[in-house]
Design a protein around this ligand. Structure first.
Ligand code: URA
Length: 333
């Protein structure tokens, strides 16, 4: 179990991370504050390392992309107390049960049983989708992997979506809201979808794994293991089979590996931009939006945009001159 000091360290990192994301104000219940005070009363952490009582914790980590930044703080570099996050502004819900509060982050890598067999009994596609969603949401394996108050995340979108975006696994925001891609990476994905001339409501978005991979720590993310992805894959495949999209976009090397069984380690540069297939359905591999959050260069964005243009062509979406030439002027070519 994590020591109070390391839990506190994680929590302070999270507070810094939230502030860097623009969160200026958090609300916290009186019970949570009391629990925090009790929890850390005996900690050897000095008072100036303790978060201000006017601040609070979400302590369950951030999205896949931004968590990497937070884990960049070296061990022992306990940040000074954040200024109170009290200015009026954007408010974020604080959950009462967090990893820091419970100290029960669970095993980082639990043993995962063999993949399930999905067989849907309902009549219509819509009913089958509901049946599948219910099965995933009540999946005992997934439920055993998440902390109290967090949710399993099933895909969403219309069953006649032309494009199916496939990520790897939910992050902190996603497990809180029970929706895929609603954190910072999701905001970027929304922008990519808009650039294609589509609305988010017009595409299907899912993940290989339907739970947030536990890290065993109070913060941070990790990619799903091969066993975890193998377990989630039948559910994802069932969604693809129900939607029957004209193209799937695998977001990042992990999703590509989970979806297509490819050995993608370190080879994203070669794999992206080319077409693969899942049965009859063409699959484009491109960079994960989290990658773009960290590699915010015209070059990376242009590569993703080229992949998306190729998807638009394949699914017969109209492409304007402006869309086709998005990055030409920026690169002077
Ligand atoms: N990253 C993913 O791969 N999926 C999500 O739902 C969110 C972030």
């Amino acid at each position: 179990m994590n020591s109070p000091r390391s839990l506190l360290h994680g929590m302070v990192q999270e507070l810094h991370l939230l502030r860097s994301e623009g969160v200026e104000r958090l609300s916290v219940s009186a019970e949570t504050l009391t629990a925090l005070r009790e929890r850390f009363a005996g900690s050897s952490t000095s008072a100036d390392e303790t978060p201000s009582p006017s601040a609070s914790t979400r302590a369950s980590g951030s999205s896949r992309g931004t968590a990497k930044q937070s884990s960049g703080v070296r061990g022992g570099d306990v940040p000074a107390s954040p200024e109170p996050l009290a200015a009026p502004g954007r408010e974020r819900r604080v959950v009462a049960t967090s990893r820091a509060e419970t100290g029960e982050a669970g095993a980082a890598r639990a043993t995962i049983p063999p993949p399930p067999t999905v067989s849907l009994r309902s009549e219509s596609r819509a009913e089958q989708w509901e049946e599948l969603r219910t099965e995933v949401r009540s999946c005992p394996v997934g439920s055993g992997q998440i902390l109290p108050g967090k949710q399993l995340v099933f895909g969403n979108g219309p069953l006649d979506a032309p494009v199916f975006f496939c990520g790897e696994a939910p992050g902190a925001e996603e497990e809180m809201q029970g929706e895929p891609f609603v954190g910072p990476a999701g905001q970027l994905l929304n922008g990519m979808i808009r650039a294609m001339g589509l609305r988010r409501e017009e595409v299907y978005i899912g993940n290989i794994l339907h739970w947030r991979p536990p890290t065993g720590k109070a913060y941070g993310n990790r990619p799903p293991t091969d066993e975890e992805m193998a377990y989630g894959l039948p559910y994802l495949r069932a969604q693809v089979d129900l939607v029957r999209p004209r193209a799937v976009v695998a977001l990042g090397g992990t999703a590509a590996r989970g979806l297509l069984g490819l050995e993608t380690k370190g080879r994203m540069g070669e794999l992206r931009g080319s077409w693969h297939s899942l049965g009859e359905i063409p699959v484009m591999i491109t960079y994960h939006p989290s990658y773009l959050l960290h590699h915010d260069s015209v070059r990376s964005k242009r590569k993703v945009w080229e992949d998306l243009l190729s998807v638009m062509e394949t699914v017969s979406l109209p492409i304007s001159e402006k869309q086709r030439n998005y990055f030409l002027s920026a690169l002077g070519s």
